[in-house]
Design a binder for this molecule. Sequence first.
Ligand code: SAM
Length: 203
Amino acid sequence: MKFNEVSKLVAGIPHTTAEKGKVLYDIIIENKFINCLELGFACGVGASYISAALDENGRGRLTSVDTPAAKTRSPIANDLIKRVGLEAYSEFVFHELGYNWFLMDAIEKGSRFDFCFLDGAHTWDVDALAFTLVSKVLTPRGFIIFDDLDWTYASSPTMKNAPAPELMRKTAGVRKVVDLLVKPHREFEWLGEVAGMGIARRL
Ligand SMILES: C[S@@+](CC[C@H](N)C(=O)[O-])C[C@H]1O[C@@H](n2cnc3c(N)ncnc32)[C@H](O)[C@@H]1O
């Protein structure tokens, strides 16, 4: 599916913007990725962009993981992907314990992904582990994209009043993961930032 077509179908639905969607879409097409993973799918907008790129490539599969809380979204991701007409490419996993537990199983099963869009908790504790686990299932030359590098509880319109210790409220967790774990990692190459997202490739 062409980019303009999918971006019209998901316009106005949170969260991934068309600018970010275009980055995901182009990377999947340019690199002909096949086995894609998304951690945190909410209403399924990112999943729609990723699935549209797989459709354009003519093959591939996206596994997207969230918690059962994503069933309370409007629209629900399963309905959005059907509306977009790309349900053949996407599987939504509502994991009761979240994506790090999904990744435990994926490592045990020997699953492999060549692309990962990490767009979930955005906190140091959850996403430092997520990156470490993703590094075990990402194929050589595979990409991981980190959304919301500078997101904090304190700056979030919806989370700023959530009860949390000050250190957690003020720390940009994804930025810490990138600076402390991804950039120094000997098996990853840092490719840079675009539209508030960071991009790294496994060597
Ligand atoms: C910013 S939204 C994702 C947006 C989505 N990628 C898109 O393209 O629109 C973040 C999502 O991550 C989910 N999330 C947060 N922590 C999680 C965890 N530990 N495991 C699974 N999902 C999680 C939330 O439920 C939420 O739906």
